[in-house]
Structures are given as structure tokens and as C-alpha cells.
Write a protein that binds this ligand. Structure first.
Ligand code: CA
Length: 225
């Protein structure tokens, strides 16, 4: 089954180029030229990943991201026009998984798309589930339940939680997380990680404190006392 990618980009030439690359790689492609169209196409189709420009007519990329995150954890890669750190951080706060700065090379973009679409942890695990106290990860479905209730984690939040839980009791540095989750070529910094950890903790509710911040070192996951 080929995966479906929604490209949201108002510049026709850029959209066409991206579309050609994705089609060549065997993906199905749906296109939106403005933010409103993006939201409605997303509601009408099964979409596996979204490439989302920020500066868009009708509804900007931030608003599109916010609306989609109300109902879905679909992987979202932001396409930002400049390497503005504040833009990137806002994107992560809104639940985006990754970003690419324009002008980007198609091969880098494809690499990011592939990384988000593959579910590495399924292969890395002997058992289907991993739990600690009220938190339980089910790898085949990539779902997390908290006290028996399914919790909507984004792709990135899932990866971070799975990695910390797999390495329970071990301090994991922010650099390790960046390398593990986004890869070596990722330009994000510590604040990127902080932002995702903050989102993740808020979804863990009363179990948030199981992700312990170790000053100047990183994070570690601990069983509940
Ligand atoms: Ca634009």
C-alpha cells in the first residue's frame, strides 16, 4: 500500500517539483494551495503525512497545524521560508514533528519523509508492549495508553517516550534524543527537545514526573515511587 502525502504549498512551481519527487518514490500525492483547502482535504482523505508550508493564503500553516492536531497525530513536516528559530519552536509547540528550511534539497526532504513514515520500533522490539506503572506503549499500533485510556501522542512524542522508557533509569542527553529521533542532519537544538518533552509531559498527566529532568545532562525515565 503506497502512503498518501498531502502537500500544502501555495507556490505552484515548488508544489509541482515536490509532487514529482514524491510520485517517483511511489507515494500518492494530494495537493492544497491554501490553508483552508488543506484542512478540508485532510478531513476527506486518509493522509499518512503532511508537508506544510507556513506562509499560506486563507489560513496560515500554524493554524492548519493547530486544527489538524485537535483530531489527528498524522506526522507533519513544516516547510519554513527562513531558518527562524522562533518559527521552528512555535511549530514544535503546536505539535509538528519536523521542519525543513527553504530552499531545501529534495533528497533531504525525502529522507525526512521516509524517516517519519517508517515505524522503526516495531522491528527493534521483541515484545509488543512496554509498560511502567500506568503508562503502556503498544508498538505494533504505535499507541500509548495512560491508566487504560488511549493517549494521542504525535509521532515525535511517541518516539521520545519509547526511547526513554526502553532506556529506563539511564540518563539520555538531548543530543542523544536529537540524533535518535531526527537524525544527524537535524538543525534543531536543546529547546526543540524541551518543547517536545513539555508537550509529552502534559499528555502524561499525573505520570509526567516519571520523565525526570537531570540538570545539565538530559532526561531519564523512572518507575513511579
Ligand atoms: Ca508560501
Amino acid at each position: 500500500m503506497s502512503k498518501t502525502i498531502l502537500i500544502v504549498e501555495d507556490e505552484n512551481i515548488l508544489r509541482e517539483i515536490m509532487k514529482d519527487y514524491l510520485l517517483e518514490e511511489g507515494y500518492r500525492v494530494i495537493e492544497a494551495a491554501d490553508g483552508k483547502q488543506a484542512v478540508s482535504l485532510f478531513q476527506e482523505h486518509e493522509v499518512d503525512l503532511i508537508l506544510l508550508d507556513i506562509m499560506l493564503p486563507e489560513l496560515d500553516g500554524w493554524s492548519v497545524c493547530r486544527r489538524i492536531r485537535r483530531t489527528s497525530n498524522v506526522p507533519i513536516i513544516l516547510l519554513t521560508a527562513r531558518s527562524d528559530e522562533d518559527d521552528t519552536l512555535l511549530g514544535f509547540e503546536l505539535g509538528a514533528d519536523d521542519y525543513v528550511t527553504k530552499p531545501y534539497s529534495p533528497s533531504i526532504l525525502l529522507a525526512r519523509v521516509k524517516r517519519l513514515l517508517e515505524s522503526r520500533h516495531i522491528r527493534e522490539h521483541d515484545s509488543d508492549t512496554l509498560s511502567s506503572g500506568g503508562i503502556s506503549i503498544h508498538f505494533p499500533s504505535r499507541t500509548v495508553s495512560i491508566d487504560g485510556t488511549s493517549s494521542g501522542l504525535t509521532h515525535t512524542e511517541f518516539e521520545i517516550l519509547a526511547y526513554l522508557l526502553k532506556n529506563k533509569g539511564i540518563i539520555i542527553s538531548r543530543e542523544q534524543l536529537i540524533t535518535k529521533i531526527w537524525g544527524y542532519d537535524f538543525a534543531g537544538d536543546d529547546r526543540t527537545v524541551n518543547s517536545h518533552i513539555r508537550n509529552l509531559r502534559s499528555k502524561l498527566g499525573k505520570h509526567a514526573k516519571q520523565i525526570v529532568t537531570v540538570v545539565r545532562s538530559g532526561y531519564k525515565f523512572e518507575d513511579e515511587l
